[in-house]
Design a protein around this ligand. Structure first.
Ligand SMILES: Cc1cc2nc3c(=O)[nH]c(=O)nc-3n(C[C@H](O)[C@H](O)[C@H](O)COP(=O)(O)OP(=O)(O)OC[C@H]3O[C@@H](n4cnc5c(N)ncnc54)[C@H](O)[C@@H]3O)c2cc1C
Length: 400
């Protein structure tokens, strides 16, 4: 048994291309200590054919040369925008593929609130994939499933993070005219085991099973608040939610996210979608209350999809500079915070309740940063003053 040892750990996205392509079935995906999946090769069965390396997205560059068009988008149905993270771009695209009797693959939660790639083939079930799940999505064997559908001539849409889209393309190894890909703007994904333990922690705290979990509830407008449901009661994820907060502060991502090669204007999908944060500065006439998607059209197929969905959505032209103004993950990868590795070390060492209170609720790095900001001379001075005060108090109490 060995790691698929060709790359640094920081390079592997955990996309499953190698696992799906191995002709010997000798690669498995296993959790590391931080709770992210990595490929493990069972050496005794490996015939050194090298197919896993050929189909790895790190050695392949399925990246489009340039963005062709940029738009803001709001779906005409408020029922759809209410359940979508942004302006409902994903549903507008998915519906086109469903109309062609196609299959849509995307990320949904299963009954245990685990994020996995699943497929739907009717408009009603698209709702299962709607909404952002801020945790790494497990692709399982879905790349192989997608290949089967494509070979049968069925229209397929795959919508996921850019690394997963690139992974699918590397796995397939050739273009299929019946495949459409959508990649998300993405600043990083936390560990599925961390998320799972957090769900269990909520269940213990509120004494019941989490039956629903949403990171992007629109009850109070377009933003990053969410909710979860336990024993039929919906509870809001306030700004102090330990898991969500540490995600938003980029403290818990997979190592490869901090070196993401897709954090740029060269994208792997036919279309890229995200939140049009800051749209009010550039297009003040747009009503932002239901959420606004930003879409980048990267290929000719993307152009044709955009033309076909025009009847269901409000589209307005914009520029890449406007879209990336508050979405810097379209320009460079997220910067790894100092505390990130310590968080995952303590995640392995501590009891989860203690870990969550000491490392996700509080911000130890703030204390570290403040300490670093104080000049050494001032630190020495503060230490002297405090020892003088301590000595004086001691002397007084001794005299008494
Ligand atoms: C981990 C993550 C980080 C993101 N970071 C940013 C960001 O920094 N800036 C930004 O503007 N937008 C970001 N997004 C995208 C944004 O949150 C919305 O998903 C996007 O705008 C699409 O919204 P929508 O209204 O079109 O459709 P929705 O219906 O809300 O989108 C659903 C789509 O998201 C996919 N999806 C959901 N969760 C996952 C997941 N864990 N892995 C893979 N695919 C998933 C589904 O397959 C589906 O295609 C991120 C999304 C994720 C999942």
């Amino acid at each position: 048994m060995a790691n698929i040892s060709i790359y640094k750990k920081e390079h592997c996205f955990g996309c499953t291309a190698c696992y799906n392509v191995c002709p010997q079935d000798c690669i498995t995906m296993e959790f590391d200590n931080e709770g992210f999946k990595f490929p493990i090769v069972y050496k005794s069965a490996c015939i050194n054919c090298g197919v896993c390396v050929i189909h790895c997205p790190i050695t392949n560059d399925f990246i489009n040369k340039e963005i062709k068009q940029c738009f803001g988008l709001i779906h005409d149905s408020s029922e759809i925008t209410n359940k979508s993270a942004s302006g409902g771009a994903f549903t507008a695209i998915a519906d086109l593929v469903i109309q062609q009797e196609g299959i849509v693959y995307g990320c949904g939660f299963n009954d245990d609130i685990e994020a996995i790639t699943m497929s739907v083939d009717n408009a009603e079930d698209v709702s299962k994939l709607r909404g952002s799940k801020y945790v790494q999505c497990d692709n399982l064997s879905q790349y192989s499933e997608i290949k089967k559908q494509l070979n049968l001539g069925i229209e397929v849409l795959y919508a996921s993070t850019p690394c997963n889209v690139s992974g699918l393309k590397a796995f397939l190894g050739k273009n299929f005219s019946n495949l459409t890909t959508v990649d998300l703007f993405c600043h990083g994904v936390p560990s599925p085991v961390l998320f799972n333990k957090y769900i269990q922690w909520l269940e213990k705290k509120y004494n019941g099973k989490v039956t629903e979990y949403s990171f992007r509830d629109k009850k109070y407008g377009w933003g990053t608040q969410g909710h979860f449901t336990i024993r039929g009661k919906s509870r809001i994820l306030y700004g102090t939610d330990p898991y969500y907060n540490s995600f938003l502060q980029a403290k818990t991502y997979r190592l490869s996210c901090y070196e993401c090669k897709f954090a740029s204007d060269k994208r792997p999908g036919d279309i890229s979608i995200g939140d049009f944060w800051g749209v009010e500065h550039f297009h003040p006439e747009i009503d932002t209350t239901r959420g606004v998607s930003a879409i980048l059209i990267n290929t000719e197929k993307g152009i044709s999809i955009k033309q076909r969905m025009e009847c269901k959505v409000t589209l307005f032209e914009t520029s890449f500079d406007n879209i990336s103004f508050l979405n810097k993950q379209l320009v460079y990868p997220t910067i790894k915070p100092q505390i990130r590795d310590l968080i995952y070390l303590k995640f392995q060492e501590l009891d989860f309740n203690k870990f969550i209170h000491e490392y996700l609720f509080s911000s130890p790095e703030i204390t570290i940063k403040i300490k670093q900001l104080i000049p050494t001379k001032l630190k020495v001075y503060i230490r002297k003053i405090s020892s003088l005060v301590v000595n004086k108090t001691k002397n007084r109490s001794e005299k008494r």
